[in-house]
Design a protein around this ligand. Structure first.
Ligand code: PGA
Ligand code: ZN
Length: 425
């Protein structure tokens, strides 16, 4: 039993300088711990509700004082002095206190901060690392570390929409360790920075997650430049290092068409375009290739591409067990992008993760574009046996906190990185 003796919260700032929520939790007989929650910019419509103050005079309405106050005046009196046997018991209480389907009363940011702070406090109380605690929660014996997927180029909502697609990521498929994967990525990142400085004649500009963000002439140029940078760095595209793409296509889907380039594409033409990319470039994972509500075409995308790459749903699934069930039944994807703040508690996110696994799907555990220096995501990705982890680029401390934590876990456990590619469903 874990008895919560103290619970508090603080409004802090994330990597975009926007407010977010940090919770402080102390269990009886143990020191206090904190947990901070991230925040998205390229959000899915079905995400749990992030509570913002809406006061235009303060942080343009983005303040989190109400969410903080909800922790202090609603959650705190309901949980302090109470004993919880496990995470699910606390999360059930939080869900009940909120009472809405999308956490809009207390705010998913408030609820998740408490959910994660409790997990960290419980791990501390049991004297085990946080990843081991997450593994125990999931009933998993951890045997591997997740494969890295690291932002190289950015467009879309993370880079002022200078190009339509959002992220082109590097996947160091041949790297046997996290350590080697980071070094391989560094080589390509630096080469790419030099390449785009020459090609686009511009100084180094980085997007929200640290990706390079020049004025690409089009989305496909992002892929071609990435492959060129791999070669210039002396690495074999597809064999040693591959690409993952977050198309984030909901954000350029208007009036039934995808506004990817100059000619609007209907859903069938968009699938054909993505198939072309998959033929021409070493893409191993394709995220949100279609828009979040383009349900009727996702199965076709999966049928066409599911055998050669991961068809990954982010905005499409929103870590939401209901959406996931529907997508599994329709064979609409082959992999889940898991972001715990899309749903609001660890327990619900774990349910989504397990649903995906039962269907034979892979799981990519992901950060948000607005992050903090908290590193719990690395422990979560290891503990829940994520096949991939998506943190952002290898710049900026809010990203590096997680990469550095992965390095520490690798050193501590000596576990190998999961093989890639793994057979799909
Ligand atoms: P975010 O998006 O800005 O909502 O965090 C990241 C992503 O689309 O993967
Ligand atoms: Zn995404």
């Amino acid at each position: 039993m874990f008895t919560i003796e103290h619970l508090d919260a603080l409004e802090i700032l994330d990597s975009r300088g926007r407010p977010t929520v940090q919770a402080v939790c102390r269990l009886r007989g143990h020191p206090p711990v904190t947990a901070s929650v991230p925040s998205g910019a390229s959000t899915g419509a079905a995400e749990a509700h992030e509570l913002r103050d809406q006061d235009p005079g303060r942080y343009r309405g983005l303040g989190c004082r109400r969410a903080v106050e909800n922790i202090r005046s609603v959650i705190q009196p309901a949980v302090v002095g109470r004993a919880f046997s496990e995470q699910a018991a606390l999360d059930e209480r939080l869900i009940e206190l909120d009472g809405t389907p999308d956490k809009s009363r207390l705010g998913a940011n408030a609820v998740l901060a408490v959910s994660i702070a409790f997990a960290r406090a419980a791990a501390r109380a049991d004297g085990i690392p946080l990843y081991a605690h997450f593994a125990r929660m999931a009933g998993i014996e951890v045997r591997t570390l997740p494969r890295l997927t690291i932002n190289l180029f950015s467009g879309g909502k993370h880079a002022g929409a200078q190009a339509a697609i959002q992220d082109v990521l590097l996947v160091p498929v041949a790297a046997p360790t996290i350590d080697d994967g980071l070094a391989m990525t560094f080589a390509v990142y630096q080469t790419a920075a030099e390449l785009i400085a020459r090609r686009y004649g511009m100084r180094l500009l980085r997007a929200d997650e640290g990706g390079l963000a020049p004025d690409f002439p089009g989305s496909e140029a992002m892929l071609a430049d990435a492959v060129e940078a791999m070669r210039l760095a002396g690495l074999q595209p597809g064999r040693e290092i591959a690409l993952a793409v977050d198309v984030a296509s909901s954000h350029f889907f208007r009036g039934g068409c995808y506004h990817l380039g100059t000619t609007p594409l209907d859903s069938g033409a968009m699938v054909a375009e993505l198939e072309g990319w998959a033929r021409r470039y070493p893409i191993v994972s394709l995220e949100d290739g279609l828009a979040e509500d383009d349900w009727s075409h996702w199965p076709r995308l999966t049928e066409r591409l599911g055998s050669r790459l991961l068809v990954l749903g982010d905005d499409f699934l929103c870590t939401n067990p209901d959406r996931l069930r529907r997508a599994i039944a329709a064979r609409a994807a082959t992999a889940l992008l898991l972001k715990v703040n899309q749903i609001g508690t660890l327990t619900e996110a774990l349910a989504a993760c397990q649903l995906g696994r039962q269907a034979g799907w892979q799981v990519t555990i992901s950060a948000r574009s607005g992050e903090t220096e908290d590193d719990w995501l690395a422990d979560l990705a290891v503990g829940w046996a994520g096949d991939q982890i998506k943190i952002g680029s290898i710049t900026q401390s809010e990203r590096l906190a997680k990469y550095n934590r992965l390095l520490a876990i690798e050193r501590e456990t000596g576990l190998p990185v999961v093989d890639w590619p793994k057979a799909g469903p």
